[in-house]
Design a protein around this ligand. Sequence first.
Ligand code: SF4
Length: 581
Amino acid sequence: MSNAWDNDKLIRVDMTNLEVTTEDYPEDWKLLGGRSLSARIMLEECDPGCEPLGPENVLVLAPGTMSGTSAPTSGRISVGCKSPLTNGIKEANAGGEPGQDLMKLGYRAIIVKGRPADRDRRWGLEVTADGVRLLEADEYKGMWNYASCKKLLANYPKTASAITIGPAGEMLMKGASVGCTDKAKDRRPARHAARGGVGAVMGSKCLKWVVIDPGKAPMRKPLDTKAFATYMKAFSKDYLTGGRHDVFKYGTSAAVPVANMLNTFPYKNRTEGQNPEFEKLDGARIVESFETRGGEMHNCMTGCIVKCSNVVHDADGNYLTSALEFETLTLLGSCCAINDWEEVGALDRLCDELGLDTIETGAAIAVLMDAGGMEWGDAEGAKNLLSKGLTGGDKDAELVANGALAVGLAKNHARIPIAKGQAMPAWDPRPLKAAGITYCSSAMGADHTAGLVVDPEISGEAAAVASQEIQVINALCDSSGFCMFLGPTIDEHRHFYSIYFGEDIANEMIADIGWQCMVDEWEFNDKAGFTTEDDDMAACLREEGIGPDHSLKFDIPPEIIALAKVRQPATEKFYHTSPAG
Ligand code: SF4
């Protein structure tokens, strides 16, 4: 009897010649998946010097190594390419069903290259048990994500899921995301691989959607099914009852009060670290609304035991959006002084519809407001800008959809909180130095999912070591397909991998998956022309303080940042540290 992975395949899509082929998955890459697989493919098959929105760029859609198995919360998918926002390598990660569905069919990655001669056309990729084919999709051109997915999935059984871009991706906006449908009955495109403009790269290839129908394909079988089930149960019990689940029970939006207390709830384009009206954006308000409006906490993908995703209803009890996360409440809310979670919910839905990163878009609107292009707190103006402006050719709307840097440069405004061209996430590098080291040293630029350390006490060399360790663990999570909110440690990954593949895999080897992924990404960026000068923080975050007496600044020198890129000896807790903190 063959193993689940023996017949794995890669899908190759040539958009220039409109051809699809499949090939055997290399045995050498057995342990790779998601981000580490994407990094390896990019390094081997994409010219780092290429134009990100040109035909030479490569788009990789890669589920995690454990996706499609019964391991809990393991079905995430990576979207990789050269980023039009940072001009470096990019991996953005999403939940939803597509990762599980691709892996159930044995497809470890979809590699998309080239570009059709006729760029006005739209194409879709269909992946089913019967095979893979490109389909004409002109009728979906310009459609918003929810309507597009509804129309598309109506043609397929209820087992199907979709990966999709909205108008922002089709218009090649640098803040464009790639949406994935969630587990809800309506299969909503509510989960986004959002960062770095990955949606624009999909748009540049005129690929509007990918639909995957695994049909009755079973979950992927571990070598020892019984041992896997036993470990899975023990792990799940420990997660649910040992305290880890408590942190994410009500989703990331519950972090607002703590973040505000720590001076990392940026207000008015980060001129302050605290928002005097933070309570109006506290996720507790969303949870309270479930009782009167409906809405709930749910799991965005099959097999997730965390259920951190809120489903938010409007005042009439109708579905509004999912999930309304801490990052969105911060960037589209507090950073723009839009101190109303319902307005932020409406903006979140607009971003999901158009296919825009809520972090980049919120940061860009905040820069626009700071530059005098819009009033602070103008929720109506922000909604109009996105809903009518982007597709109506409004210049400011296009600037916003191209990100914070584009707005700042066009408005000649100096306060642009970015690293490597990408907008800062909520977690501010001034009180959280180790997080700042991640933003500077990671090939991804300012990205909290690359390695977040929420510890205001840590600084200096210890912060560089903490940043590196969490970066390795996060790269591993993005590669295995486990959601960071489940947060398995390296040692727990080792258990899952060893039992699944039936091999005794050491902790060091598991950690190397994460480290080698980062090394591959750095190498890609070096070849793309990045230097150590790019491993720096925006000047405004070094020069302008927040917190007591505005004394908190990002003051980490380059030589400490550089330490995060040189492998450090593992600390005692390294193999037992969770990316979820
Ligand atoms: S923990 Fe949250 S984000 Fe992660 S898979 Fe589950 S519901 Fe989705």
